[in-house]
Design a protein around this ligand. Structure first.
Ligand code: AHG
Ligand code: MN
Ligand code: MN
Length: 311
């Protein structure tokens, strides 16, 4: 006999997690991270965008949004009681919270902080590991990964190893299922070439850029990896790159906080993520804030870009 629990009129994030068989503790953690995301969403919409150390209209000192988001997320992870430790892009060292708790959470609290003043879409990125420092492990050790994109609507996308699923934050403050099983086709319609200044001293990157121009693909680049990769996952096609050059020899993006979680999600959606030589998922983490080139999106195109860059 089915009960009203089996067929709700809307599918909440929590319902989706338990009906997909995500283990209880991990389900609770993902719900806790989602709650942190709601507070970041609120901070983005309500803060008056002052600089760190400046005062708001009430004479209170305020934090820049990336530092404020970091503080919000830390407090929520602490309250969760499920987090042994965390590493944040804003702190870049492993911090212990609850010694006997089961999980480590890595996160970029606010990706795209330079886009805040222009009111472009920004995001938060999370990866979940078993407890302990992440140094010596690989992104393939993640148990789950998720991100929130704060655009005209706030959307959360998660994977806990059973596909990739998107939820939107409704007016009541609940994440409700928007689209299940986001899937990448092996197809490129759009390209998102990051750290493009690198074409100056990385001729192979210029060559790749010329291929995309000659093939008349559509440029989709906002300058925020969260909305740019989210775009590919929703359309089910595309390629995003952030390649090294003299200014950023390994590109701008970080393995632990940015590339690792997106590699997990992209592979779950049927796409690929590589540094040009090996899968991002298989790169050993040597230090918490290590950078890596990133080629992510449709499988064959990730392979083609890697080949062009390595010639
Ligand atoms: P953050 O705001 O956390 O420092 O990261 C911004 C990143 C990423 O979102 C984006 O893809 C990249 O910086 C953009 O770099 P370029 O504009 O140099 O391509
Ligand atoms: Mn970032
Ligand atoms: Mn950041």
């Amino acid at each position: 006999m089915t009960s009203c629990c089996d067929l709700p009129s809307r599918i909440s994030l929590n319902h989706h997690l338990y009906s997909s068989g995500v283990p209880d503790k991990l389900r609770h953690l993902i719900n806790d991270i989602a709650r942190a995301g709601k507070y970041v969403h609120h901070a983005i919409r309500s803060s008056d965008l002052g600089l760190a150390g400046s005062e708001n209209q009430f004479g209170e000192e305020q934090l820049k949004l990336d530092l404020l988001s970091n503080k919000i997320i830390k407090e929520e992870l602490c309250e969760s009681r499920l987090v042994h430790g965390y590493a944040s892009e804003e702190e870049a060292v492993f911090q212990e919270l609850v010694p006997d708790a089961p999980f480590t959470v890595v996160f970029d609290p606010l990706d795209g902080s330079s886009l805040v003043d222009c009111n472009l879409a920004i995001g938060s990125i999370f990866g979940v590991y078993k407890k302990g420092d992440v140094v010596g492990r690989k992104p393939s050790d993640q148990l789950a990964a998720l991100y929130l994109v704060y655009g005209p609507r706030t959307i959360l996308v998660y994977s806990a190893g059973k596909g990739v699923h998107a939820f939107f934050l409704n007016e009541v403050g609940e994440f409700v299922l928007l689209q299940r099983n986001l899937t990448m086709r092996d197809e490129v319609k759009t390209y998102s070439p990051g750290n493009l200044r690198a074409v100056k001293d990385t001729p192979a990157y210029r060559k790749m850029m010329n291929h995309w121009l000659d093939e008349a693909h559509t440029l989709r680049y906002s300058g925020g990896m969260v909305p740019d990769i989210h775009h590919m996952l929703i359309k089910g096609a595309g390629i995003f790159t952030n390649i090294g050059g003299s200014k950023y020899p390994k590109g701008k993006l970080r393995l632990v906080f940015e590339c690792g979680p997106f590699a997990y999600i992209m592979e779950q959606a049927g796409g690929a993520a590589s540094n040009g030589h090996k899968a991002i998922m298989d790169i050993k983490i040597e230090e918490v804030d290590q950078r890596t080139p990133l080629i992510i999106g449709a499988k064959s195109e990730v392979k083609r870009v890697s080949e062009v860059l390595n010639v």
